[in-house]
Design a binder for this molecule. Structure first.
Ligand SMILES: Cc1cc2nc3c(=O)[nH]c(=O)nc-3n(C[C@H](O)[C@H](O)[C@H](O)COP(=O)(O)OP(=O)(O)OC[C@H]3O[C@@H](n4cnc5c(N)ncnc54)[C@H](O)[C@@H]3O)c2cc1C
Length: 334
């Protein structure tokens, strides 16, 4: 519950709900603004940025893009106020990348009710949120359709929290089980009639992933620079050595290239499939290179400290954990 109250309070005070969406109590603004906010959130805390992206991008975005007018009026205002938190259930235990053609969760219509059966895995916010956007294959026409399921009041809907993750530990992921879950036709996303409609939501949030990985690189660069300026060796900060400066300069060049590409993408139209995919791919590559440089910096520091009899105690922990500015730090623990 601390996760919920803390994250929602901060998000509400910054008016971040539904950023980039017009009307329905959403914060509005351009997609570029949405991107800059995601970048800054990720710079400080990648987990919080993921929580924000799942709720405000994937869950609200599904309703905004694929919901009927009535559904938007009903669900978006409380979600924009962070009173109702959403998740997005697409991935399954055995089907990840292949959900467009191989989804196993089924939806069967009986009059004005749909019956859902199946499992979803890795679903961010699922262990504690209020509503889940569940994607399931209609057994009648074999098309993927979206459903709004109310987590806490729908019989047959259960969530098991996924423990022991190696990264993004603050954002909570769950495995959802749907056992004869009955959902009224009024809760089927009226504009979501095939996987093409699911893909529109994914395309929009892929754009955000590009901004988020740029923000993560910024955070990594800042932490590395700070460490290199503080860590003394041979009586000088290691940042004064050219080989360390070379690594820092390459990191900064990657960060700057990513920022430029994201701004251009924001101007071009973030939902163009080719642009969003190219961006996500190149952002990830730069992020991997920057991570490697950060580790290489750590390794050379380790070598230096290990060979120095006065500093061997640091050898077991050559790089400090990235510190978060106190003001911006959001404590999120259950
Ligand atoms: C922290 C976290 C949060 C997540 N949150 C959510 C969420 O909120 N909602 C949700 O629905 N899902 C979520 N996911 C799931 C995520 O979307 C899936 O992990 C992703 O779709 C990949 O699926 P998979 O892990 O099953 O990998 P797989 O699909 O099994 O892929 C495994 C590997 O094979 C490669 N591969 C797959 N297909 C091809 C192909 N055709 N050609 C070449 N290579 C291929 C992939 O690149 C990958 O390297 C989350 C995952 C994580 C780790």
């Amino acid at each position: 519950m601390r996760f919920r109250s803390s994250c929602c309070r901060h998000s509400r005070s910054c008016s971040l709900g539904g950023l980039g969406f017009e009307g329905y109590g959403c914060a509005g603004g351009s997609q570029k603004l949405f991107g800059f906010v995601a970048m800054e959130l990720a710079r400080v805390d990648a987990s919080f940025c993921t929580f924000f992206g799942v709720h405000s991008g994937l869950a609200m975005g599904s309703i905004y893009l694929d919901g009927s007018e009535e559904q938007k009026q009903k669900w978006l205002p409380p979600m924009a106020r962070w009173e109702k938190i959403g998740c997005f259930g697409l991935t399954e235990p055995l089907v990840g990348s292949g959900t467009s053609g191989g989804m196993t969760t089924t939806a069967k219509r009986e009059g004005d009710t749909w019956i859902l059966n199946g499992q979803k895995r890795w679903i961010g916010n699922a262990p504690w949120c209020d509503i889940s956007i569940i994607w399931a294959r209609d057994v009648a026409d074999n098309q993927v359709k979206g459903f709004i399921v109310e987590n806490k009041t729908t019989p047959g809907f259960s969530v098991e929290k996924i423990e022991h993750k190696i990264a993004l530990k603050v954002v909570q992921n769950g495995q959802i089980t749907l056992k004869d879950v009955r959902v009224p036709e009024a809760n089927r996303l009226q504009g979501g009639n095939s996987f093409r409609d699911t893909a529109r939501v994914l395309r929009m949030t892929r754009y955000m992933v590009g901004w988020a990985s740029t923000g993560i690189q910024m955070g990594a660069f800042e932490a590395t620079l700070k460490y290199a300026q503080e860590r003394l060796q041979f009586g000088k900060p290691i940042a004064s050595f050219q080989m360390v400066q070379d690594l820092l300069a390459k990191m900064l060049a990657n960060v700057t290239a990513c920022q430029c590409m994201m701004v251009r993408l924001g101007a071009d139209g973030p939902t163009r499939a080719s642009s969003a995919t190219i961006t996500r791919r190149s952002r990830r590559r730069s992020a991997r290179q920057n991570r490697a440089r950060r580790s290489r910096g750590a390794a050379s520091c380790w070598a230096a400290t290990a060979s120095s009899p006065t500093t061997t105690s640091r050898a077991s922990s050559p790089m400090p954990r990235r510190s978060t500015p106190t003001k911006a730090r959001i404590r999120c623990r259950t």
